[in-house]
Design a protein around this ligand. Structure first.
Ligand code: B12
Ligand code: SF4
Ligand code: SF4
Length: 351
């Protein structure tokens, strides 16, 4: 089997595994990317995500993850399961909890990793001495940039990868291998003069085209930031309690996204239509059991609860909500106590 035939066989198998697409690139990004990443780090845009400083620009060079690497196989797996109008209605309903649509089902890391492992095992049947390593956020690798270089899509102004027919609502993963496969070419951007994603961002986190200041992004604030969400972003957060989809919801290329049939990504525990007050009532044991296997599990009960409490501070003034906050103001966990004090004030009740 020559390199072309092998490449074709890999792409066909990837499709059989339910992957949206599969494209190949070389193991290094351009020096321009190294410069941009260094600048992003120097500007402090990474916030408290310490793993960035640990690896620096090595994320742009796949040999850092697999020394024998000759090709990077980039794949995409769609996760969208919802109706767009209904999603917008939930976002507009101040009493509803909005959870990013990627997090309604099972944790994608495990789902996509096992597909990539399967793809690797398939290649092993064809080339028994192959070396490979699957990566889904599990090793330092600039996935969007490698996917862009592979022509899997283009980088949108919101900084995510998108395609003409399928938009951006999918996860990315990589299979690094020591096989020298035929690389694909980059494709041109179709963003044109559009900048809807930048305008739609509730916290102006897209500070320039292709550049996100993570410290302002609701996804970072509700998921990655271990500390309490700064006051300046709390109102803009609205009812978003885990992640944010706004920059993708307005993108014209997502208009025709078809819901994913992936069993693992189907909604669990009615998380797509649940009120903030219902979620506030969950205790830690309920959180642990219901969120097992979900990406939400990783943030822990206290961060989860504090996000819900802040979102309740964005609901129209209510004596009921105020009364729910009073006991939480003395909670031993500072994230919860701080959030409850703020929310109580929003409902005009001094502590
Ligand atoms: C850290 C991280 C975050 C951070 C920072 C986001 C960011 N944009 O940097 C936070 C927590 C905010 C975040 C949020 C989200 N994330 Co995230 N995130 C990551 C992660 C782990 C690393 C991203 C990274 O390296 N950022 C650092 C910056 C500097 O890198 P960069 O954006 O690639 O920047 C390059 C460009 O700016 C480029 N560039 C800019 N201008 C120019 C000009 C020229 C000439 C050149 C050459 C280059 C260039 O150079 C830079 C360096 O290479 C990746 C997974 C991975 N391992 O890659 C997922 C990933 C990007 N996230 C993903 C998702 C789904 C999200 C959310 C949608 C989740 C949600 N719904 O809440 C949001 C979207 C927010 C947004 N608009 O970006 C997906 C994206 C899938 C896709 N279709 O692209 C990924 C790939 C995870 C995955 N495996 O699927 N995320
Ligand atoms: S995910 Fe939300 S907060 Fe983050 S850049 Fe997109 S619109 Fe802005
Ligand atoms: S909203 Fe417009 S600018 Fe943003 S990614 Fe989509 S097409 Fe590009």
């Amino acid at each position: 089997m020559n390199s072309n035939e092998l490449t074709l066989a890999i792409r066909q198998h990837a499709q059989q595994l339910g992957l949206l697409d599969c494209k190949i690139t070389t193991p290094n990004l351009s020096p321009e990317h190294d410069e941009k990443l260094s600048l992003w780090l120097a500007q402090g845009f990474k916030g408290e995500m310490s793993f960035f400083h640990k690896h620096g620009i090595s994320r742009n060079h796949a040999e850092y993850v697999l020394p024998e690497v000759k090709s990077v196989i980039m794949v995409a797996l769609p996760y969208w399961t919802e109706d767009f109008d209904q999603t917008r209605a939930i976002l507009a309903d101040e009493k509803a909890a909005y959870i990013s649509r990627y997090a309604l089902g099972r944790d994608y890391h495990k789902v996509l990793r096992s597909r990539l492992k399967n793809l690797g095992q398939y290649i092993e049947q064809l080339v028994p001495d192959v070396i490979y390593r699957p990566v889904v956020d599990s090793a330092p690798l600039s996935e969007v940039s490698f996917a862009t270089q592979a022509g899997l899509g283009w980088r949108g102004k919101h900084s995510l990868l998108l395609q003409k027919q399928t938009g951006s609502l999918y996860f990315l993963g990589a299979l690094l291998t020591n096989l020298a496969l035929e690389p694909n070419e980059e494709i041109p951007s179709h963003c044109g003069q559009c900048s809807r994603c930048m305008q739609a961002c509730p916290t102006q986190a897209i500070v320039a085209p292709y550049t996100v200041d993570a410290r302002r992004c609701i996804s970072y604030l509700t998921i990655e930031l271990n500390d309490i969400i700064p006051v300046e972003f709390r109102k803009a957060m609205g009812n978003r309690i885990y992640g944010c989809d706004d920059c993708q919801l307005v993108c014209p290329f997502n208009r025709f996204t078809k819901p994913s049939q992936e069993a693992d990504f189907q909604v669990r525990h009615g998380l797509d239509q649940v009120s903030l007050v219902e979620l506030l009532a969950w205790d830690e044991t309920m959180f642990q059991s219901r969120m097992a296997g979900s990406p939400i599990y990783r943030i822990g009960y206290h961060k989860w609860l504090s996000n819900i409490i802040i979102a309740l501070g964005n609901v129209s003034k209510s004596a009921t909500i105020a009364s729910l906050m009073v006991p939480l103001c003395t909670h031993p966990n500072h994230l919860i106590a701080e959030a409850a004090k703020w929310t109580l004030l929003q409902h005009d009740y001094p502590e």
